[in-house]
Design a protein around this ligand. Structure first.
Ligand code: ASP
Length: 324
């Protein structure tokens, strides 16, 4: 039987409703959660590791890197065949993508969560966990990069995003759907992940990187504030194909002059960003000003990538090579 390490970080999958607060908070450790995953010992040998009881929004870049170090350590053990990580769903895609970027593709790494807590009817923690374990032991999961499993769907960390505040099938790979499904104990892969994985070998991360959303009539004040307070990088969720209101251009130019990289993604949930438009603030104008256009990542994932790249290089031209 294969051996899987399960690392518990918190999230709704670990939560119950607190009597005093009348609201859900992390309460269950790994042993308690695993006691509800029936018959799993017939499928895999398991080692449970309690990393913490963090709600998703309490996971920060430093904790993500600590988690990465722990996952790496577990993967290096010859007796471990794969790692499953439980995580709050709110920012699960950010941690999953960070792990995807910083761990070499090899033994399966699967990130899982739950949309309903242990006090709710229809708690989906145990079924999601057993599906994640089935995925981690599957031979075809090897070398696919970090996978995200919920609702019996297997998605690649790079493609997946949380799309719904409460639905059990909230995790979607918006362009082409899941890469596979879990059917009882079997996993059926339909396709490869869309992108060759980028491997960023670093133990460092630059947390002072920010994400702004471009909206109609926006000016440069927020960018100016970030520049004067020493931000190290800015990701902008631009409009459509990658365009911003002209009022943002002075701030963007000033940031670039100060060697602060400006990374442009789209606030549209689907589709590529490209320098199609030449008017002031259009994608071609942004490129001319030195902004880095990133064709398919969403804002929160582009920020994760920029934070890691900034731990490796500091010049905008070098940074750009990591976003091709
Ligand atoms: N707010 C929760 C969290 O991210 C949601 C969840 O786990 O599904 O911790």
């Amino acid at each position: 039987m294969k051996k899987i390490a399960i690392i518990f970080t918190g999230g709704t999958i670990s939560m119950t409703v607190d009597e005093r607060l009348k609201a859900a908070i992390p309460a269950m450790d790994g042993t308690k959660i695993m006691s509800m995953v029936t018959n799993i010992d017939q499928i895999a040998t398991l080692e449970t590791v309690d990393f913490g009881k963090y709600p998703g929004p309490h996971m920060n870049p430093q904790r993500m890197m600590k988690l990465k170090a722990l996952v790496k350590e577990k993967l290096a053990q010859p007796s471990i065949d794969g790692v499953v990580i439980t995580h709050g769903t709110d920012n699960l895609e950010e941690t999953a993508f960070l792990l995807d970027l910083t761990l070499p593709a090899g033994k399966p790494v699967v990130v899982v969560g739950a949309m309903r807590n242990g006090s709710e009817l229809g708690y989906d923690g145990p079924s999601n966990l057993s599906a994640a374990i089935c995925t981690a032991i599957h031979p075809e999961s090897y070398g696919r990069g970090v996978l995200v499993v919920l609702n019996d769907e297997v998605n690649s960390a790079r493609e997946v995003t949380k799309t719904h505040t409460m639905a059990l099938d909230t995790f979607k790979s918006l362009d082409f759907g899941p890469i596979g499904i879990v059917d009882q104990q079997d996993v059926i892969f339909y396709r490869k992940g869309l992108y060759p994985s980028l491997f960023l070998e670093t133990d460092g991360i630059e947390p002072d990187v920010h994400l702004l959303k471009a909206v109609s009539g926006m000016d440069s004040r927020l960018i100016d504030y970030l520049v004067t307070t020493g931000a190290k990088g800015i990701v902008i969720e631009a409009m459509g194909r990658g365009n911003v209101p002209p009022g943002m251009m002075p701030g963007i130019k000033k940031a670039i002059k100060n060697n602060i990289p400006i990374v442009i993604v789209s606030r549209c949930p689907k589709g590529r960003v490209l320098g199609t438009y030449g008017y002031e603030g259009g994608g071609a104008d942004l490129e001319k000003a030195g902004a880095i256009l990133v064709n398919t990542l969403n804002g929160q994932k582009a920020r994760i990538q920029l934070m890691l790249v900034l731990a490796l290089v500091s010049e905008i031209q070098q940074i750009k090579t990591y976003f091709m």
